[in-house]
Design a protein around this ligand. Structure first.
Ligand SMILES: Cc1cc2nc3c(=O)[nH]c(=O)nc-3n(C[C@H](O)[C@H](O)[C@H](O)COP(=O)(O)OP(=O)(O)OC[C@H]3O[C@@H](n4cnc5c(N)ncnc54)[C@H](O)[C@@H]3O)c2cc1C
Length: 176
Protein backbone atom coordinates (compact mmCIF):
# COMPACT_ATOMS: atom_id res chain seq x y z
CA UNK A 1 0.00 0.00 0.00
CA UNK A 2 1.29 3.48 -0.81
CA UNK A 3 0.08 6.86 -1.96
CA UNK A 4 -1.70 9.80 -0.33
CA UNK A 5 -4.04 7.73 1.88
CA UNK A 6 -1.12 5.91 3.49
CA UNK A 7 0.95 9.08 3.85
CA UNK A 8 -1.99 10.83 5.53
CA UNK A 9 -2.59 7.90 7.85
CA UNK A 10 1.09 7.85 8.83
CA UNK A 11 0.81 11.55 9.70
CA UNK A 12 -2.54 11.43 11.54
CA UNK A 13 -1.66 8.19 13.29
CA UNK A 14 2.01 9.05 13.93
CA UNK A 15 1.85 9.06 17.73
CA UNK A 16 -0.34 5.95 17.90
CA UNK A 17 1.87 4.04 15.43
CA UNK A 18 4.92 4.97 17.51
CA UNK A 19 3.21 3.71 20.69
CA UNK A 20 2.56 0.42 18.91
CA UNK A 21 6.18 0.20 17.74
CA UNK A 22 4.84 0.18 14.16
CA UNK A 23 3.32 -3.28 14.67
CA UNK A 24 -0.43 -3.40 14.18
CA UNK A 25 -3.22 -4.24 11.78
CA UNK A 26 -4.85 -1.60 9.60
CA UNK A 27 -8.48 -2.27 8.69
CA UNK A 28 -9.23 -0.84 5.26
CA UNK A 29 -12.72 0.08 4.13
CA UNK A 30 -13.03 0.14 0.34
CA UNK A 31 -16.50 1.67 0.64
CA UNK A 32 -16.03 4.58 3.07
CA UNK A 33 -19.43 6.05 2.22
CA UNK A 34 -21.11 2.97 3.71
CA UNK A 35 -21.73 1.59 7.17
CA UNK A 36 -22.40 -2.12 7.47
CA UNK A 37 -26.11 -1.43 7.64
CA UNK A 38 -26.27 0.77 4.52
CA UNK A 39 -24.01 -1.63 2.61
CA UNK A 40 -26.29 -4.58 3.41
CA UNK A 41 -29.31 -2.57 2.33
CA UNK A 42 -27.56 -1.46 -0.87
CA UNK A 43 -26.55 -5.03 -1.79
CA UNK A 44 -30.05 -6.29 -1.02
CA UNK A 45 -31.54 -3.88 -3.56
CA UNK A 46 -28.74 -4.55 -6.06
CA UNK A 47 -29.26 -8.31 -5.88
CA UNK A 48 -32.98 -7.92 -6.48
CA UNK A 49 -32.31 -6.01 -9.70
CA UNK A 50 -29.13 -7.74 -10.94
CA UNK A 51 -29.51 -11.37 -9.94
CA UNK A 52 -28.34 -12.69 -13.32
CA UNK A 53 -25.03 -10.86 -13.25
CA UNK A 54 -21.93 -12.76 -12.17
CA UNK A 55 -20.41 -11.32 -9.00
CA UNK A 56 -16.75 -11.47 -9.93
CA UNK A 57 -16.89 -9.93 -13.39
CA UNK A 58 -19.02 -6.91 -12.40
CA UNK A 59 -17.08 -4.71 -9.98
CA UNK A 60 -19.18 -2.49 -7.75
CA UNK A 61 -18.57 0.86 -6.04
CA UNK A 62 -16.14 1.95 -8.80
CA UNK A 63 -13.49 -0.50 -7.57
CA UNK A 64 -10.89 -1.61 -10.13
CA UNK A 65 -11.47 -5.08 -11.63
CA UNK A 66 -8.32 -6.60 -10.11
CA UNK A 67 -9.07 -5.36 -6.62
CA UNK A 68 -12.70 -6.50 -6.88
CA UNK A 69 -11.56 -9.95 -8.05
CA UNK A 70 -9.15 -10.18 -5.11
CA UNK A 71 -11.97 -9.32 -2.69
CA UNK A 72 -14.40 -11.79 -4.23
CA UNK A 73 -11.67 -14.50 -4.28
CA UNK A 74 -10.95 -13.84 -0.61
CA UNK A 75 -14.65 -14.26 0.10
CA UNK A 76 -14.56 -17.67 -1.65
CA UNK A 77 -16.86 -16.60 -4.50
CA UNK A 78 -16.24 -18.65 -7.67
CA UNK A 79 -15.85 -16.97 -11.07
CA UNK A 80 -19.22 -18.16 -12.43
CA UNK A 81 -21.36 -17.43 -9.36
CA UNK A 82 -24.28 -15.07 -9.99
CA UNK A 83 -25.69 -12.63 -7.47
CA UNK A 84 -28.93 -14.63 -7.25
CA UNK A 85 -26.95 -17.76 -6.23
CA UNK A 86 -24.68 -16.08 -3.70
CA UNK A 87 -25.10 -17.79 -0.30
CA UNK A 88 -25.52 -15.49 2.73
CA UNK A 89 -22.27 -16.79 4.20
CA UNK A 90 -20.21 -15.70 1.18
CA UNK A 91 -22.01 -12.37 0.96
CA UNK A 92 -21.16 -11.80 4.63
CA UNK A 93 -17.50 -12.53 3.89
CA UNK A 94 -17.56 -10.10 0.96
CA UNK A 95 -19.15 -7.42 3.18
CA UNK A 96 -16.44 -8.03 5.77
CA UNK A 97 -13.68 -7.62 3.14
CA UNK A 98 -15.31 -4.50 1.72
CA UNK A 99 -15.56 -2.87 5.15
CA UNK A 100 -12.58 -4.27 7.03
CA UNK A 101 -9.79 -5.79 4.93
CA UNK A 102 -7.04 -6.45 7.49
CA UNK A 103 -3.55 -5.34 6.45
CA UNK A 104 -0.66 -6.08 8.79
CA UNK A 105 1.65 -3.16 9.57
CA UNK A 106 5.18 -4.43 10.23
CA UNK A 107 7.71 -1.67 10.89
CA UNK A 108 8.61 1.41 8.87
CA UNK A 109 9.51 1.73 5.19
CA UNK A 110 12.74 0.67 3.57
CA UNK A 111 14.63 3.79 4.66
CA UNK A 112 13.28 3.68 8.25
CA UNK A 113 12.76 7.41 8.26
CA UNK A 114 9.68 9.59 8.18
CA UNK A 115 8.87 11.92 5.31
CA UNK A 116 7.84 14.41 7.94
CA UNK A 117 8.81 14.07 11.56
CA UNK A 118 5.97 14.27 14.03
CA UNK A 119 6.68 16.30 17.16
CA UNK A 120 9.31 18.98 17.77
CA UNK A 121 9.52 22.42 19.35
CA UNK A 122 6.13 23.22 20.91
CA UNK A 123 4.55 25.97 18.81
CA UNK A 124 3.24 27.82 21.87
CA UNK A 125 6.84 28.40 22.93
CA UNK A 126 7.68 30.23 19.70
CA UNK A 127 6.76 33.75 18.60
CA UNK A 128 5.13 32.98 15.25
CA UNK A 129 5.86 36.46 13.87
CA UNK A 130 9.61 36.11 14.32
CA UNK A 131 10.12 32.38 15.04
CA UNK A 132 12.12 33.39 18.13
CA UNK A 133 11.96 31.12 21.15
CA UNK A 134 9.87 32.52 24.01
CA UNK A 135 12.05 30.61 26.43
CA UNK A 136 15.50 31.42 25.04
CA UNK A 137 15.67 34.91 23.52
CA UNK A 138 17.96 35.07 20.50
CA UNK A 139 17.25 31.45 19.51
CA UNK A 140 15.22 31.02 16.30
CA UNK A 141 13.53 27.94 14.84
CA UNK A 142 12.38 27.02 11.34
CA UNK A 143 11.17 24.00 9.44
CA UNK A 144 11.16 20.39 10.51
CA UNK A 145 12.46 21.08 14.01
CA UNK A 146 9.06 22.64 14.85
CA UNK A 147 6.02 20.58 15.84
CA UNK A 148 4.41 21.03 12.44
CA UNK A 149 3.22 17.91 10.68
CA UNK A 150 1.36 18.95 7.56
CA UNK A 151 -0.40 16.43 5.39
CA UNK A 152 1.28 15.47 2.15
CA UNK A 153 0.98 17.89 -0.73
CA UNK A 154 3.72 20.44 -0.13
CA UNK A 155 2.51 21.87 3.17
CA UNK A 156 5.74 20.84 4.92
CA UNK A 157 7.94 22.51 2.32
CA UNK A 158 5.75 25.57 2.62
CA UNK A 159 6.06 25.53 6.41
CA UNK A 160 9.86 25.18 6.16
CA UNK A 161 10.17 28.02 3.65
CA UNK A 162 7.76 30.34 5.45
CA UNK A 163 9.21 29.84 8.91
CA UNK A 164 12.75 30.08 7.46
CA UNK A 165 11.87 33.38 5.81
CA UNK A 166 10.33 34.78 8.98
CA UNK A 167 13.26 33.64 11.15
CA UNK A 168 15.81 35.01 8.66
CA UNK A 169 14.13 38.40 8.51
CA UNK A 170 13.78 38.63 12.28
CA UNK A 171 17.41 37.63 12.88
CA UNK A 172 18.63 40.19 10.34
CA UNK A 173 16.44 42.88 11.95
CA UNK A 174 17.71 42.04 15.42
CA UNK A 175 21.31 42.53 14.22
CA UNK A 176 20.72 45.90 12.54
C1 LIG B 1 11.53 11.22 1.23
C2 LIG B 1 10.87 12.52 1.62
C3 LIG B 1 9.88 13.07 0.83
C4 LIG B 1 9.24 14.28 1.19
N1 LIG B 1 8.25 14.77 0.39
C5 LIG B 1 7.66 15.92 0.73
C6 LIG B 1 6.64 16.48 -0.10
O1 LIG B 1 6.29 15.94 -1.16
N2 LIG B 1 6.05 17.65 0.29
C7 LIG B 1 6.39 18.28 1.45
O2 LIG B 1 5.83 19.34 1.75
N3 LIG B 1 7.36 17.78 2.25
C8 LIG B 1 8.00 16.64 1.91
N4 LIG B 1 8.97 16.12 2.73
C9 LIG B 1 9.29 16.85 3.97
C10 LIG B 1 10.22 18.02 3.66
O3 LIG B 1 11.34 17.55 2.91
C11 LIG B 1 10.70 18.60 5.00
O4 LIG B 1 9.59 18.98 5.79
C12 LIG B 1 11.57 19.84 4.74
O5 LIG B 1 12.65 19.50 3.89
C13 LIG B 1 12.11 20.37 6.06
O6 LIG B 1 13.05 21.38 5.78
P1 LIG B 1 14.14 21.79 6.83
O7 LIG B 1 14.99 22.81 6.16
O8 LIG B 1 13.48 22.14 8.12
O9 LIG B 1 14.97 20.46 7.14
P2 LIG B 1 15.90 19.61 6.17
O10 LIG B 1 15.45 19.73 4.74
O11 LIG B 1 15.97 18.24 6.79
O12 LIG B 1 17.30 20.34 6.26
C14 LIG B 1 18.13 20.23 7.40
C15 LIG B 1 19.57 20.38 6.93
O13 LIG B 1 20.40 20.47 8.07
C16 LIG B 1 21.54 19.69 7.85
N5 LIG B 1 22.10 19.35 9.17
C17 LIG B 1 21.64 18.47 10.07
N6 LIG B 1 22.42 18.47 11.15
C18 LIG B 1 23.40 19.38 10.96
C19 LIG B 1 24.48 19.82 11.71
N7 LIG B 1 24.76 19.35 12.94
N8 LIG B 1 25.29 20.78 11.19
C20 LIG B 1 25.03 21.28 9.95
N9 LIG B 1 24.00 20.90 9.19
C21 LIG B 1 23.20 19.95 9.68
C22 LIG B 1 21.04 18.49 7.08
O14 LIG B 1 22.10 17.88 6.37
C23 LIG B 1 20.05 19.17 6.12
O15 LIG B 1 20.65 19.64 4.93
C24 LIG B 1 9.62 14.93 2.38
C25 LIG B 1 10.64 14.39 3.18
C26 LIG B 1 11.26 13.20 2.82
C27 LIG B 1 12.38 12.63 3.69
Amino acid sequence: MSGPAVLKLSAWGARRLHELNYESTALVSWVPAHTEETLRQWLHTFRDQNGRKTVESNPLFGLPQRLWRTLTDQAGISAEMRWSELPAKLQNRLIESLLRTPLPVRGKTTYKEEFVTCGGIVLGEVNMHTMESRRVPGLYFAGEVLDIDGITGGFNFQAAWTTGYLAGRAMAASNS
